[in-house]
Ligand binder design. Structure first.
Ligand SMILES: *Cc1c(COP(=O)(O)O)cnc(C)c1O
Length: 368
């Protein structure tokens, strides 16, 4: 039985509704910004529960736009976690600032207790990541940030559809970044992203920066760039948003079932704690497992497309050499890099496939 990691062929099997909206967009020729984009931005802001959404090319641009809106640049330090996707950190470096890493906890999220000890006079912001579609302890992080008068910028790139005691990821920080890459819970046919904020002034600045700093066709107020989302993608995103609660419910169902069945394998497989009052998006369903690399090969051999996110934490990447970290700097992240495994549990994984995954994992450990 095959358990594919990639759900896109199934998600986009029927695109008739999207094509209908594309057709009217194409007739209108409103290909940059325009009413379709504005309608999507309004719809997304309402969904998340914030005042403003500024849609961008991708999640990386959303992070850069968020950092820039707060004036983060050369000489500034930005605190984030060392087990995230490259872009969280690449965007910090892109604005000229220096990333400062913190280790993660047993839920693979930034360890809030370790943030305070790395705050310096140069710290300009704290960037918690909703890693894998789960969330860190946002209340603790906000308390620290308020205590030190530092802004929080959430990397909510994987967080859309999640919930923290009634609030969406992306509603805690001053400006927060979202991605609509094909592998995120709300996805488009290619790249897309947005920044969400309740701050009117920052939203106005970001709208201009995203569009060359233009006030109107003939005048710019400052030097900006082009980071605009394409209206064609805004249409895809709008349809995705209509379907999102069903997708998240199915993934949560799958996760709960798998959690339950995997519990009997506790000698070999460790599940993260699931916090009550939190809904995860399960962008990544991750487990800590013994003999990870052997298990991964075994699963692949049995047509279960498991993955690793990621085998090398950021502080041990070639790109991070000049930051001066070394092996042993962040023991939790390093341990997880050797033991974490991601299983496919997306909205098209059915009960028999979940059972097949558990049976296969069981067979692997039973054979040793
Ligand atoms: C996907 C992702 C990004 C980058 O988003 P893109 O749209 O691919 O540029 C940034 N941070 C995290 C945590 C992500 O998962």
């Amino acid at each position: 039985m095959r358990v594919p990691y990639n759900y896109l062929p199934m998600q986009f099997a029927d695109t008739s509704a999207i094509f209908r909206d594309w057709e009217s967009l194409i007739r209108s020729t409103e290909f940059t910004l325009g009413p379709v984009m504005e309608a999507f931005e309004r719809k997304f802001a309402d969904y998340v529960g914030v005042r403003h959404c500024v849609a961008t090319n991708n999640g990386t641009d959303a992070l850069i736009l968020a950092y820039k809106s707060l004036g983060i640049g050369i000489g500034d330090e930005v605190i984030t976690v060392c087990n995230t996707f490259y872009a969280t950190v690449g965007a910090i470096v892109a604005v000229g600032a220096t990333p400062v890493f913190v280790d993660c906890d047993d839920r693979y999220q930034i360890d809030a207790k370790k943030i305070e000890s790395v705050i310096t006079k140069r710290t300009k912001a704290i960037v918690p990541v909703h890693w894998g579609g789960a969330s860190p302890d946002m209340h603790a992080i906000m308390d620290i940030a308020i205590g030190h008068n530092l802004p929080v910028i959430e990397d909510a790139c994987m967080g859309i559809g999640g919930c923290i005691e009634g609030r969406s990821p992306g509603t805690f920080g001053r400006v927060n970044a979202v991605s609509m890459h094909p592998l995120k819970s709300l996805n488009v046919m290619g790249d897309g992203g947005m920044v969400v904020t309740n701050d009117d002034e920052l939203a106005t600045w970001m709208r201009k920066y995203r569009n060359h700093g233009m006030v109107d066709r003939d005048h710019i107020e400052f030097w900006g760039v082009n980071m605009r989302l394409q209206p064609l993608q805004a249409i895809v995103a709008s349809h995705g948003l209509d379907d999102l609660s069903r997708v998240i419910a199915k993934r949560n169902n799958n996760a709960a079932y798998l959690d339950d069945r995997l519990r009997s394998l506790y000698h070999y497989v460790k599940l993260p704690r699931r916090l009550s009052g939190y809904v995860e998006t399960f962008a990544l369903y991750m487990l800590l497992v013994e003999r990870r690399d052997d298990l991964l090969r075994f699963l692949i051999d049995h047509e279960i497309e498991a993955k690793i996110h990621y085998p090398t934490p950021l502080h041990l990447q070639q790109a991070a050499v000049e930051l001066g970290y070394r092996k042993g700097s962040f023991p939790k992240a390093e341990y997880q890099a050797h033991h974490l495994l991601t299983l496919p549990i997306h909205q098209f994984v059915e009960r028999e496939q979940l059972n097949y995954m558990v049976d296969t994992i069981q067979a692997f450990y039973g054979a040793c």
